[in-house]
Design a protein around this ligand. Structure first.
Ligand SMILES: NC(=O)C1=CN([C@@H]2O[C@H](COP(=O)(O)OP(=O)(O)OC[C@H]3O[C@@H](n4cnc5c(N)ncnc54)[C@H](O)[C@@H]3O)[C@@H](O)[C@H]2O)C=CC1
Ligand SMILES: NCC(=O)COP(=O)(O)O
Length: 336
């Protein structure tokens, strides 16, 4: 019997509560595995009432999820009765947002949850509340230390059936990218991607396409030297250690359908180089998966969408895909 999935509530003023409620409402259509929300039960109840979607909130422990899931959305209440203020974020709710993530990971470590699915947080709001990590990805890397598996390097992948992408550098200013991009960073990232595509996704010999940094992958050094001096040696090293990597490829021609048929994942040199294509091709079904962790974490590929919170117009499809993928990956992990 598989363990339930933990969903961290995310930013209370965003659409996280909405899409968690909608995912429970649509659970049978998508055959979703049992899940529970970690967050503020009063806020979840108020948001359900605001949306008028008749989702009963059932405060319970992870162990009670399986029995209650058919009748209502199980919620582990760690809140203090937050007011429901969609679209009005405040750093005052930062504590419960962070604690929900921490609790979900602790439940996995303790064998009470099978995986964590995180609803969107606001980086700026959490930073104002004193959170020192750029996002979930890095925070989860820190929380993974409790699993005592040695050094952990979390890697962000946005996955969909049609395209999977990995940014080598993530939430840093574009101006810092060239100095932060090193051959060893690209090799380390590519090796984690290859490893997890085998172990977590069951792809026997993953093919990784590596983007260049500059237009036309530098055009033989005419438009920047990084592709020759930093990226090409990384591709060579990945090949040397047995990974089927190609590149550096010009990023502008790497995402059309014929090109997509030649690889299993793209390694991009910076955030928007690869997140813009995947969110164009698969915004509604894209899933953010953190690779390199000793546990499974997925998330919708979008953010807090404040203007949609509490209106009923947020689409739950990416959250539904994130829950479904977490269930599949956790089931594979449990049987491997
Ligand atoms: N995993 C996470 O926790 C993520 C958090 N964020 C955070 O979200 C906040 C807002 O970021 P934005 O760049 O505005 O991105 P966003 O994804 O929240 O919104 C971008 C656009 O997509 C629309 N949209 C997003 N999700 C939707 C859904 N489920 N259904 C229908 N339309 C949807 C929004 O209305 C907006 O027009 C930022 O504070 C950012 O830090 C952003 C991405 C991921
Ligand atoms: N742009 C993707 C994003 O912001 C997700 O970051 P994380 O919170 O999953 O690290």
């Amino acid at each position: 019997m598989h363990l339930p999935l933990a969903i961290s509530m995310g930013e209370p003023a965003g659409i996280g509560p909405d899409i968690a409620l909608m995912a429970w409402r649509d659970r049978a259509d998508h055959r979703l595995p049992p899940f529970y929300v970690i967050g503020d039960a009063a806020l979840m109840e108020a948001r359900a009432a605001r949306l008028g979607i008749g989702v009963p909130i059932v405060p319970c422990l992870p162990e009670e999820t399986r029995d209650t899931f058919a009748f209502g959305l199980p919620v582990l209440d760690i809140g203090s009765g937050l007011d429901d203020r969609p679209g009005e974020p405040t750093p005052e709710t930062g504590g419960v947002v962070i604690e929900a993530i921490r609790t979900g990971v602790e439940h996995i470590r303790a064998g009470r949850a099978g995986a964590i699915v995180t609803a969107p947080i606001s980086k700026a709001v959490l930073a104002a509340a004193g959170f020192t990590h750029p996002g979930h990805t890095e925070f989860l890397g820190e929380l993974a230390r409790a699993f005592r598996v040695g050094p952990v390097r979390p890697v962000m992948m946005i996955w969909s059936e049609t395209l999977a992408v990995v940014p080598v550098t993530i939430h840093i200013p574009l101006a810092s990218v060239p100095e932060r991009l090193t051959t060893s960073l690209i090799v380390e990232t590519g090796a984690i991607v290859a490893h997890d595509l085998v172990t977590k996704f069951g792809i026997a010999r993953p093919r990784i396409a590596v983007c260049g940094l500059n237009p036309h992958a530098g055009e033989d050094g005419l438009i920047g030297r990084e592709d020759i001096e930093v990226v090409a040696p990384a591709v060579a090293e990945l090949n040397r250690i047995g990974i089927a990597a190609t590149g550096p490829h010009p990023a502008d021609t790497l995402f059309h359908p014929a090109a997509r048929a030649t690889y299993d994942a793209v390694l991009g040199m910076y955030h928007d180089q690869v997140l813009a294509p995947v969110k164009t091709i698969a915004f509604d079904e894209g899933v953010n998966v953190t690779l390199g962790l000793p546990f499974i974490r997925t998330s919708p590929d979008h953010g807090t969408a404040y203007s949609l919170a509490g209106t009923g117009t947020a689409r739950p499809s990416s959250m539904i895909e994130a829950i479904a993928l977490a269930g599949r990956l956790a089931a594979r992990k449990a049987t491997s």
